[in-house]
Design a protein around this ligand. Structure first.
Ligand SMILES: [Zn+2]
Length: 157
């Protein structure tokens, strides 16, 4: 039985979560990668839905995480891989905030430069990537200028 309780909207898959975050409208196949990037796979109760039906985009992924709320920086990292994502914040079983994500101007530390000769791959220098295009999202290494589409961005760990 699929009984929907707390005021869920049509087409939105939200089984009850008391406190936490629902990251919705992720492109299919991206949820696991995004959950890993955010470090959600370490300890928290996480539910990942993949290839769910979406009225807006055909298919989508979704991440639900209990008792975890995202910082603005984390939301902007999501935007790199899912520019249309929405971040829903649930408190006491109520949807209290629905945020759109926005692509960051600078991404520090989490990515790996794809240029093997880049200083960030040879010396212990934290990576720094700069957004050079937003549609499609393209980012460039601050040090060597190597450009990569955000969806092809390699992440640490
Ligand atoms: Zn580089």
């Amino acid at each position: 039985m699929n009984v929907q309780k707390n005021g869920t909207k049509k087409g939105m898959i939200v089984s009850p979560i008391e406190n936490g975050t629902v990251i919705d409208h992720l492109p299919p196949g991206r949820a696991v990668r995004i959950a890993r990037m955010l470090g959600l796979t370490e300890g928290a109760v996480v539910i990942i839905g993949q290839n769910l039906k979406s009225t807006k985009y055909g298919r989508k992924d979704l991440i639900k995480v209990e008792n975890r709320f995202l910082t603005d920086e984390e939301c902007s990292r999501i935007a790199l891989f899912a520019p249309n994502a929405t971040v829903n914040i649930i408190r006491d079983s109520e949807l209290v905030e629905k945020r759109k994500v926005s692509i960051p101007d600078v991404v520090e530390g989490i990515a790996i430069c794809s240029n093997a000769n880049c200083i960030t791959n040879k010396e212990p220098v934290p990576t720094r990537m700069v957004t050079v295009s937003r549609s499609p999202v393209v980012i460039a290494c601050y040090y060597c200028g190597y450009e990569v589409k955000a969806e092809d961005l390699r992440l640490r760990g």
